[in-house]
Structures are given as structure tokens and as C-alpha cells.
Design a protein around this ligand. Structure first.
Ligand code: PLP
Length: 447
């Protein structure tokens, strides 16, 4: 292996070198084709090397690529914020955007704004944010404090804020050993218990991924869950932050996933699909209701980065959002997502290592078990998720390794989330390679 000076996620792994991409495919240095079945990390929402986006990048670079946000605003950043505020589902809330560079910064900013909202109203004790133990909100210390992803937390636990958590709405393995609807949504009601235990005057907000991604491989809550959560938040005057970094911008068949339940968050974190991976940009969207005391109070949000509201990235995000609109990709994601899920569910019937298939839109999760009936997970030594991801990659399919959702980060699962531009015949190709992968990995297991 050639000496590399690049620090990669796994230092000893031999990664293929990406040479170029086209649509839903990526090609390596040997022109081997990979179907991007996960949009990278659920990011490349419109596929690779789309000519309209390249043109927008070029046009913006000829104008200006950088200004410092304390010295200038730009037409591109202003237009992007306006466009996001016009998302049909949330437009009544007059949300303003604070631009950052990553999903981690977006959730961390959301946390800071929630705390500031209370400070401006003379309630400085409201600083805790309740989250769910099965969650991933980002890798910076604040965002990691909100996250229950044990593998990513374990080295830093003593530095992280010890924030309160509740269980996730993980029906496949109900944390209360019940089933829906008989459970009466204990997982949602648990929020009330947590608030009462801590005292509402200590709590700024509750944060949740509408559909859990990396930490739970697409855990979709049961009907009524978010309605109950919102009702509890309102009763105790706690802000509701939706982390739509993975689910936002059409991924689940709606522009924002919270639209599935018609529940409006006070603050929304966006990232990934916003610029579909072409340049880094993310956003914290804040409702006017939350902005009001800040406007009337200190008039400044104490956060921000050198690259915040970068015009090059804003221009790209605008072009991506236009592209999604013009090609009706949100509607396509709903339709093709239903097809993908159905095909995965059919496939699962033949492979007992597949315990559960779940999803919404083009965000599907597949959870693996060593015993289909007891749902017993594979031992960590089997290294199943990595074996499946590596075998799929060898066969020319990229899928995203995730935790199954078992608290503590145990359990094997993958996320399948191709670009929203994928066509049915390409989904057939994806399913074909995935079937070959499962066949080979299952066949190689001592069961
Ligand atoms: N929030 C969610 C729901 C995510 O899935 C992620 C990343 O996977 C993040 C936040 C962090 O985003 P980033 O990796 O861009 O910092």
C-alpha cells in the first residue's frame, strides 16, 4: 500500500480512490462502478456531477466565493434563507436561518439558541436539553452530549455534558416490552416523567431526529408519537428541536420529515441534503416565536463560524433546492421509496438474518439478527455490518453502516438511501446486488 498522509476513518483500510461520479454512480481509479446506494452518508441527494449545479458553482466562483459574515451579507445567503422560510409546511412560522457548515454545528447551534431563548426571558436555569439515548446529533462536544451513540461517545464521556435521555420509539424491540397500540405510547409519555424528575425550570428543549438514522437504522415512530411529544413540550413550555440533518430536504418523501405527522418544531437543524454534498453548508432554522425575545433582548446570537453563510455554498444550496423542485424529487422519493421498501421486504423473506426492514421515502433500514424468532443480535466478533458493507462494496454497491438501535449502540444494521434521482430500474439493480451480498454473507456464517 502506498504511504498516505491523509488521516482516514480507519487508518489501515485500503479505500478505493474516487475518480469521478455521474448520477447515482461513483467510479474509482480502475473505472470500477459503484451504485451509490447510501448517497454517501445520506447526503448526495441529487446524485453526482449534475451539470446545473456545476454551472451554479462556476457562476458564483466568478462573482465571489467568500465574505466574512460580520462584514457583508450576500444576495445568495439572503435568498437561501428566504427559500427555506418558504418551505410550505413551515412557512407560517416565519423561520429564519442561521447558516453553519455541518450537521453537528447545526444541532449545537440549535441547543445554544434554545438556551439563549430562555436567558433572554430571565430564565437562566433552563439549560438542559433532553434527548433520546438511541440518537446521533453530531460529533462536536455539544452535539455529542446530545447523542446516545456509545461508540462515538466512549472516549470523551467525562468531557460531555451529562444530559437527560429517554427511550426511543423502537417498536421492533420495544424498550417497554409492549406493542403498539396497546403500549399507549409509553415511549412518548416518558418525556413527561423526565421533565417532572428534573423540573421544567431546568429544561430548555427536547431534541429528536424525526426518523432515527445512524444510531437506529431508520427507526420510524408509531402514529401519534410526535403529537404526544409536542403536546408534552407545549404543556411544560419546552422547545422542540427537530434534527432533520438526515431526514430533511425530501429524503423521506416530504420536504421535512416532521410533515408526516404535521408537528411543527420550534427549531430545525438541516444539513447533508441541503447542498447534496457539493459544498459544505448546514442551517439552524428558528421560528419567529423563538427569535422574538432574542430580537427584543440582546439582538445577537452568540455562535457562528468563519465560513457561516458562505456565498459559494449558499449558491450551490439554492441550485440544489431548485433542482429538487423542478424535477419533483420529493414526490419521486415518496413513490420510489415505497417501491424500494417493498422490494427489500420481499427480499427479506428469504434471508433469516434479516430481522426487520423499515423506512419512509428513500430512507430504508435493514436490521440483522442471529435468530429471526428471538431477535437475538449477532455477537460483535462476527463484525456483521462491516462484512455486509464490504461485500456490497466489492460487488459495486455502497450502503451505510449503522447501529440497529439497541441502546448502547449494539446490533447490526445498514441504511439504504440512494439519491432522490434514482429510477425504478436502478432500484432493481441495487436490490439485485444487495441480494447477492446477503446470500454470500449469510452463506459464510456458522449459524
Ligand atoms: N444529526 C444527524 C441526524 C445526523 O445524521 C448527522 C450526521 O450523520 C449529524 C447530525 C451530524 O452531521 P455532520 O456529520 O454533518 O456534522
Amino acid at each position: 500500500m502506498k504511504r498516505s498522509f491523509l488521516i482516514k476513518p480507519m487508518l489501515d483500510d485500503d479505500y478505493p480512490t474516487a475518480k469521478y461520479g455521474k448520477g447515482i454512480y461513483i467510479y474509482d481509479e480502475n473505472d470500477k462502478q459503484y451504485l451509490d446506494g447510501s448517497s454517501g452518508a445520506v447526503t448526495a441527494g441529487i446524485g453526482h456531477a449534475v451539470p446545473e449545479i456545476i454551472e451554479a458553482m462556476h457562476a458564483q466562483a466568478q462573482k465571489i466565493s467568500f465574505v466574512y459574515r460580520s462584514q457583508f451579507t450576500t444576495e445568495e445567503a439572503e435568498r437561501l434563507a428566504e427559500k427555506l422560510s418558504h418551505i410550505e409546511f413551515i412557512k407560517d412560522g416565519e423561520y429564519c436561518s442561521f447558516f453553519v457548515n455541518s450537521g453537528s454545528e447545526a444541532t449545537e447551534t440549535a441547543m445554544k439558541i434554545a438556551i439563549q431563548y430562555w436567558q433572554e426571558q430571565g430564565k437562566p436555569t433552563r439549560i438542559k436539553v433532553i434527548s433520546r439515548w438511541t440518537s446521533y446529533h453530531g460529533i462536536t462536544m455539544g452535539a455529542l452530549s446530545l447523542s446516545g451513540h456509545s461508540e462515538r461517545r466512549k472516549r470523551f464521556v467525562s468531557l460531555l455534558d451529562d444530559l437527560p435521555t429517554i427511550h426511543a420509539p423502537y417498536c421492533y424491540r420495544c424498550p417497554f416490552a409492549e406493542s403498539f397500540p396497546g403500549c399507549q405510547l409509553k415511549c412518548a409519555s416518558e418525556l413527561e416523567g423526565a421533565i417532572q424528575r428534573l423540573g421544567a425550570d431546568q429544561i430548555a428543549a427536547f431534541i429528536a431526529e424525526p426518523i432515527i438514522g445512524a444510531a437506529g437504522a431508520v427507526i420510524v415512530p408509531p402514529e401519534g408519537y410526535y403529537e404526544r411529544i409536542k403536546e408534552i413540550c407545549e404543556r411544560y413550555e419546552i422547545l422542540f428541536i427537530a434534527d432533520e440533518v438526515m431526514t430533511g430536504i425530501g429524503r423521506t418523501g416530504k420536504m421535512l420529515a416532521m410533515e408526516h405527522w404535521d408537528v411543527k418544531p420550534d427549531i430545525i437543524a438541516l444539513g447533508k441534503g441541503m447542498s447534496a454534498g457539493y459544498t459544505p453548508i448546514a442551517a439552524t432554522l428558528v421560528s419567529e416565536e423563538v427569535m422574538k425575545p432574542i430580537r427584543q433582548g440582546s439582538k445577537v446570537i452568540m455562535s457562528g463560524h468563519t465560513y457561516s453563510a458562505n456565498p459559494q455554498s449558499a449558491a450551490v444550496a439554492l441550485a440544489v433546492l431548485d433542482y429538487i423542485e423542478r424535477h419533483h424529487l420529493v414526490e419521486e422519493a415518496a413513490e420510489n421509496g415505497a417501491y424500494l421498501l417493498n422490494e427489500l421486504q420481499k427480499l427479506a423473506k428469504n434471508y433469516p438474518i434479516i430481522g426487520d426492514v423499515r423506512g419512509k421515502g428513500l430512507m430504508a433500514g435493514v436490521e440483522f439478527v442471529s435468530n429471526f424468532f428471538s431477535k437475538y443480535p449477532f455477537s460483535k466478533n462476527v463484525n456483521l455490518t462491516n462484512r455486509i458493507v464490504a461485500t456490497a462494496r466489492d460487488k459495486g454497491l455502497l450502503i451505510y453502516p449503522a447501529s440497529a438501535g439497541i441502546e448502547g449502540g449494539d446490533g447490526d444494521a445498514v441504511i439504504i438511501s440512494p439519491p432522490l434521482t434514482i429510477k425504478k430500474h436502478e432500484i432493481d439493480q441495487l436490490i439485485h446486488i444487495f441480494r447477492d451480498t446477503i446470500e454470500e454473507v449469510q452463506g459464510g456464517l456458522m449459524m
